[in-house]
Design a binder for this molecule. Structure first.
Ligand code: ADP
Ligand code: MG
Length: 393
């Protein structure tokens, strides 16, 4: 089976206490589509090696480049399994898709809805379903492997959308304009009253994905909004309780997995926007440019080795919510999707520049594990964390 060649920037580091890890950056070039003229696509991009591309004579190197020929399964291989291993090891881990509208973010993250719900088009399934299928099979393996331990896993999911700086619960879209709160005791960030669902098998996750993505579509149609202008976040908190059958000791690990399909990165054309549309364009610009600025600051800090100071996280909902995924306690993979078309050249170049800055960021991920001292206190804290779908800080 063909595999994408990838350097192990975010490799499994099961026992790492703390690991300064780079952001794994993978660029995916989507196949030319009919809008751009299927017959003879004007290609502005050229894959020059397994991990580099050239555009207008300018070269860029990342962890891997997936070209138009790569299938969903091949694309999953370098990105999905390391993410799952990190989560099982108690490291917060996230995948982001970034790119202009139409470049393949949604296709890459979720795949076509029909492929998620049924198995007739199973080969088209995106990262999310493949990640969870892998997660459940790894959980089963772990439980069978350790004869000396009893391993109890629980997975709790939530699905939300940020549009115009407003959070909607995609599992219960009547819940709009939800607020982000910070737990004083744990210093953890969570979304108030967000629906949380336990999942036990792939079919549970598929149901949530189908429901949430359908709601995202309905919401954007009825609100005269556009799903390409919203950020869509699927979160799963994975908790594992390990009971050592020989010496009776216990430990709990917990991690948070975020799958984030970002709003289109294209520059907004403000000339014809008015009223709500104008506000929307402004907010999207703010949210995504805030993310870009944050990436710049973090890259600078990583390169200069200076302490993290005055990193602004609260000036956008997306950043506030995902601060742990961005330069904090987390492993991060950034999937940057681009169109091969000549007509998209300037947006493609801007996506590659963003990808290049993201590549310079170092996150510091720490295993979220507590050994048993006071079982009750531990359980109370873990319950609190899990209820809020928050990070174990
Ligand atoms: P975005 O979410 O970035 O706006 P989409 O994921 O909706 O873009 O992709 C735009 C169109 O291109 C969709 O019809 C999608 O099915 C198709 N597409 C995107 N990437 C691929 C790919 N790698 N292989 C086949 N079709 C793709
Ligand atoms: Mg999309």
């Amino acid at each position: 089976k063909r595999k994408l060649d990838v350097s192990p920037a975010v490799g499994p580091r099961p026992e790492a206490e703390a690991a300064d890890s780079g952001v794994q950056v993978v660029v995916r070039i989507r196949p030319p589509c009919s809008v751009e003229g299927e017959e003879a696509p004007d290609t502005c991009l050229c894959k020059t090696s397994a991990n580099s591309v050239a555009i207008q004579g300018q070269g860029f190197t990342f962890d891997a480049i997936a070209d138009a020929a790569s299938t969903q399964e091949e694309f999953f291989t370098p990105v999905g399994p390391p993410l799952v291993e990190n989560c099982l090891a108690g490291l917060n881990s996230s995948i982001f898709t970034y790119g202009q509208t139409g470049s393949g973010k949604t296709y890459t993250m979720w795949g076509p809805l029909s492929a998620t719900s049924g198995d007739s088009m199973a080969c088209e399934r995106g990262l999310a379903p493949l990640v969870f299928e892998h997660l459940f099979s790894r959980i089963k393996q772990e439980q069978q492997k350790h004869k000396d331990k009893e391993l109890i896993y629980s997975c709790t999911c939530a699905f939300l959308d940020i549009y115009n700086e407003q959070i909607t619960d995609l599992l219960d879209p009547m819940q709009k304009n939800l607020q982000i709160r910070e737990d004083v005791k744990t210093a953890c960030v969570y979304v108030e009253s967000l629906t949380k669902e336990s999942v036990f098998a792939m079919k549970d996750v598929a149901q949530l994905l189908v429901k949430g993505l359908a709601n995202r579509r309905t919401e954007s149609t009825s609100a005269n909004a556009d799903s390409s202008r919203s950020h869509c976040v699927f979160t799963c908190v994975i908790k594992s309780e390990s009971k050592n059958l020989e010496d009776g000791s216990n430990s709990i690990r917990m991690s948070r997995m975020n799958l984030v399909d970002l709003a289109g990165s294209e520059r907004q054309k403000l000339t014809h926007a008015a009223g709500d549309r104008l506000k929307e364009a402004g907010n999207i610009n703010r949210s995504l440019s805030a993310l870009g600025n944050l990436i710049n600051i973090l890259a600078e800090i990583s390169q200069s080795g200076k302490q993290r100071q005055h990193v602004p996280y609260r000036n956008s909902k997306l950043k506030f919510l995902l601060q742990e995924s961005l330069g904090g306690n987390a492993m991060l993979a950034m999937i940057c999707t681009v169109s091969p078309s000549e007509s998209c050249k300037s947006e493609t170049l801007s996506t590659l520049r963003f990808a290049q800055r993201a590549k310079a960021v170092k996150n510091r991920a720490v295993v979220n594990e507590e050994k048993e001292d006071d079982v009750n206190a531990l359980h109370v804290r873990m319950k609190l964390l899990k209820d809020n779908i928050v990070d174990a800080a």
